[in-house]
Design a protein around this ligand. Structure first.
Ligand code: BYC
Length: 471
């Protein structure tokens, strides 16, 4: 069991005080981080008390502490899951060798790039969500937003620790640059597509935490398999916090869907909008958008990068243990590939299809969530249902990038796409309507009309609780 140091400037379970140089370097980065947080973190709520969870150890029971905290006082710490004794590399060409405790020279650049890419998403998401506090549908939701934000901040710390501790000067420079890029800024954008997309309203936010945070889950699970042990250990603990972020998204959409069904039933024409709710077809368009943007985050369907990450033992599959073979050799993935205006299946060597293998696991998980939403619609007695679009729809990365497919995966002419895209993606009118619903509800126990109350509150507390003290 690792020692937890809660009293240092940077709480940690990595014996930071034993490495004074590293400790000093991180303590120098800390004020820059805080400056970034004040500039780019949630606007205007920094002086408020928020009922937040703070990671304090990695013990399965009791890893977190709940209390009122002002966000800038949040104790962002460095916590790695406990080491697995005698851990070996579990897949690829180095299988069976001891896991690396120090970054191996031959994989240094690639690992740095993976860690920087992962790290970059964390502050990006905080930047994307920074204005949402002003329009939260309830104090419960406001608190959940801030919980997600501070923990994404901690996940940045998790990656910066690896950069500082393992990559020397290069790592320190990358850590600085993580604070310099800005979501959506054309001159210094964040690295991956979805992290530059606007998150303008709470429907975007719930779809983001459902679909984009779920990409995070699968990427973290793949990195948790890594033969580079510090990366594996840090991502394993990040997954503990990540679960709540996906809960926020999945139940957020679920509560909107339930409310929409309720409002439809109250209206003589089953028109949710006439009752101030969000109609199902609009919810579907936001779903289509965020699902497609999040699919892009898995990289190309056919990727030599992914093949070498796997071969070198740097990034594994979801639940690598559940496979019989861990080499990925002499096997093929049947990849639907665009050719001469149609789709043909081509055999792709499995290692080159690793991004797609991970994406498939992700899609199954998303489908489970959509099935749950549809249950609420069935219970609410309405006919409409939600669905995932085909994986080819509205993609910007990989085999199907910038090709016109409908949500069934049928290839369209460019003209037909232009004519019909408003059926599938949020239109300006949709955005304008959703914007009209974005009015803050700040009274304890109250909630906006377009979303249902959660089944329960936080940590056994009721929904009717002052999760954020605004006075
Ligand atoms: N946008 O061989 P390819 C999370 C680049 S989310 C822009 O197809 P590869 C979170 C790619 O970098 C999880 N560029 O892909 C969620 C490469 O560029 P270079 C984040 C893209 O390398 C919510 C080139 O295209 N974690 O944690 O196999 C809130 C060819 O790439 C995109 C990770 O991403 C894109 N979508 O895989 C907070 C894990 N996709 O290098 C947090 C670490 C690809 O040739 N990253 N490109 O210049 C990786 O594992 C891989 O880098 C990727 C791409 C899966 C992203």
């Amino acid at each position: 069991m690792s020692n937890v140091d809660q009293n240092s400037k940077i709480p940690n379970n990595v014996d930071l005080h034993h490495d004074k140089r590293l400790q000093r370097a991180l303590e120098q980065w800390q004020p820059n981080y805080l400056q970034w947080w004040m500039e780019m973190g949630p606007t205007d709520f920094q002086a408020k008390d928020v009922f937040l969870r703070t990671a304090i150890s990695v013990d399965a029971d009791g890893w977190a502490h709940f209390d009122y905290v002002k966000m800038p006082d949040y104790r962002w710490g460095i916590f790695l899951a406990d080491p697995v004794a005698d851990r070996k590399i579990g897949f690829g060409d180095n299988m069976g060798q001891d896991a690396w405790q120090v970054v191996p020279g031959e994989h240094r650049n690639v690992l740095r790039r993976l860690i920087v890419t992962q790290g970059d998403t964390e502050p990006a998401s905080v930047e994307q969500q920074r204005l949402l506090g002003h329009t939260a549908p309830s104090l419960y939701d406001l608190r959940n937003l801030f919980q997600v934000n501070v923990e994404e901040g901690r996940h940045l710390w998790a990656m910066v620790y690896l950069l500082h501790s393992q990559f020397g000067r290069d790592g320190r420079e990358e850590a600085e640059e993580l604070l310099q890029r800005r979501s959506g800024n054309p001159d210094k954008p964040r690295i991956l597509g979805a992290f530059n997309a606007p998150v303008d309203n709470w429907l975007d936010f719930f779809m983001f935490t459902m679909f984009t945070d779920r990409d995070g889950k699968y990427q973290l699970l793949a990195l948790a398999e890594s033969g580079f042990d510090p990366l594996s250990r840090t991502t394993r603990f990040m997954l503990t916090e990540e679960a709540h972020h996906m809960f926020v998204g999945e139940t957020g959409v679920e509560r909107i869907v339930s409310r929409t069904a309720e409002l439809m039933k109250q209206d003589k024409n089953e028109d949710a909008r006439a009752q101030g709710g969000i109609p199902l077809d609009m919810i579907q368009r936001y779903l289509n958008l965020w699902f497609a943007l999040s699919l892009d985050l898995f990289g190309g369907e056919v990727s030599s990068n992914a093949a070498s990450f796997f071969a070198d033992g740097l990034k594994g599959r979801y639940k690598e243990d559940s496979y019989e073979d861990h080499t990925g050799l002499n096997q093929y993935y049947k990849m639907p590939t665009p050719k001469d205006g149609t789709i043909v299946e081509e055999d792709v060597p499995l290692r080159n299809a690793m991004n797609e293998v991970l994406r498939d696991a992700y899609v199954d998980d998303c489908q489970r969530g959509v099935d749950r939403w549809n249950k609420r619609l069935a219970e609410g007695g309405v006919q409409g249902r939600l669905r995932l679009p085909n994986k080819r729809f509205y993609r910007h990365i990989g085999l199907y990038a910038d090709m016109p497919f409908d949500i069934d995966g049928k290839m369209l002419s460019k003209d037909e796409w232009e004519r019909r895209k408003g059926e599938w993606l949020p239109t300006d009118a949709d955005r304008a309507y959703v914007a009209t619903l974005q009015k803050p509800v700040t009274e304890v126990g109250k909630i906006a009309n377009w979303i249902g109350k959660p089944a329960r509150g936080i940590k056994g507390l009721p929904f009717e609780y002052e999760y954020v003290r605004l006075d």
